[in-house]
Ligand binder design. Structure first.
Ligand code: PMV
Length: 348
């Protein structure tokens, strides 16, 4: 079908890995499988206005971020388009005006690449669907995840929800290194509507970009063991998510977070991405858990901020604990309340 002009808007979420992806080979092939909770409140909304032009050699676009022209983000997006143009040649036949905004503050230390790249991918797939109306939703989600992966690996896990696996794994039917798939098994009700409060310990720019970070796993003395362990952890977590053993969940998820940081402590060059308050928070969470027979736990990204994870049934107590205790370790007492969500949605 012929399409001359089209404007589409998609909202896609961020995600938080439970078993971490750290280490890849070209082109964005993960060294181990990972699994994440899709988030709900932390998301990017992206509008793309497509206008038909004569075919170009490379994608042409303008970029607006939160209403302002943003040329410093352009190279990253240009590289993304270059990588994906062979899978969607139609982007060379349109001028694109991209306008994007995040629901979370820009300088919060929350990575926006997962939500940002997946939002662009969904907009492109929306155009592809207009050009070829016979495409199924399943195909669209798969290809959107495939494209998003080429922008940022973890973005492949931001199309669907509530739990997404990326990376080929024998335990997960249909899993692939090329795109994320919804966790295929029935999940125990204790993990439904799981809560994630993000404590903003350090709102600065990331100390280690993820490109540099993943490269640290090349020639890393513990790399091979780590990749094996991650795949084993995914298998364990798959069982835990089904049987509801939340104590084992807490143990595995915290261990994954600390192992991710251990990889950075033991690479060359080496990095300490936690801040003193990250450790204060972890200790407070451990104390609280012991004293209150709670199942609250933490996970970390490649930074100092702490994701506090807890079941819906503990929401009111943990919210108080966060407000009264943990918030004091955050920059300007700032934290973001989120919970598990269901993935990309069109904005009409
Ligand atoms: O998608 P990237 O290349 O920004 O890598 C993300 C890596 C971690 O956030 C640290 C872990 C993960 O699996 O999301």
């Amino acid at each position: 079908k012929k399409v001359d002009n089209l404007t589409v808007t998609w909202q896609t979420p961020s995600n938080i890995a439970l078993v971490k992806y750290w280490g890849k080979s070209e082109p964005q092939i993960p060294k181990n499988a990972s699994i994440s909770f899709t988030l709900n409140n932390c998301h990017t909304t992206t509008k793309i206005e497509f206008t038909k032009t004569l075919p170009k050699k490379q994608a042409e676009f303008e970029l607006y971020f939160e209403g302002k022209k943003k040329d410093d983000f352009k190279p990253k997006i240009a590289k993304f388009f270059e990588r994906i143009q062979k899978y969607c040649t139609y982007i060379l036949e349109y001028n694109m005006v991209i306008s994007s905004e995040n629901s979370f503050p820009h300088s919060s230390g929350i990575a926006s690449s997962a939500s940002g790249m997946s939002a662009i991918a969904m907009c492109l797939m929306n155009l592809e669907k207009k050009l070829n109306p016979s495409l199924t939703d399943e195909y669209i989600n798969k290809k959107a995840s495939f494209l998003a992966r080429l922008g940022s690996g973890s973005a492949s896990r931001s199309i669907e929800g509530p739990l997404v696996v990326w990376g080929n794994h024998p335990e997960i039917n249909g899993s692939s290194d090329l795109f994320g798939v919804k966790f295929p098994h029935k999940v125990h009700p204790i993990f439904e509507d799981y809560q994630d409060t993000i404590l903003l310990v350090d709102k600065g720019e990331k100390q280690v970009s993820s490109t540099v970070g993943h490269n640290l796993m090349h020639n890393h003395p513990y790399a091979e063991n780590r990749f094996t362990q991650a795949n084993e952890n995914l298998e364990k977590l798959s069982k835990i998510l089904q049987n509801g053993n939340i104590k084992e969940f807490v143990n595995l998820v915290e261990s994954e977070a600390l192992t991710l940081h251990a990889m950075m402590l033991t690479s060359n060059p080496y990095f300490i991405l936690m801040k003193p308050n990250t450790l204060e928070i972890i200790n407070k969470i451990w104390e609280y858990r012991q004293e209150n027979d709670s199942n609250v736990c933490f996970t970390l990204d490649a930074g100092a901020n702490v994701h506090v994870l807890y079941p819906y049934s503990e929401k009111s107590e943990i919210e108080l604990f966060i407000k009264n205790v943990l918030a004091t370790y955050c920059q300007k007492n700032h934290y973001i309340c989120d919970s598990v969500g269901f993935g990309a949605r069109p904005i009409l």
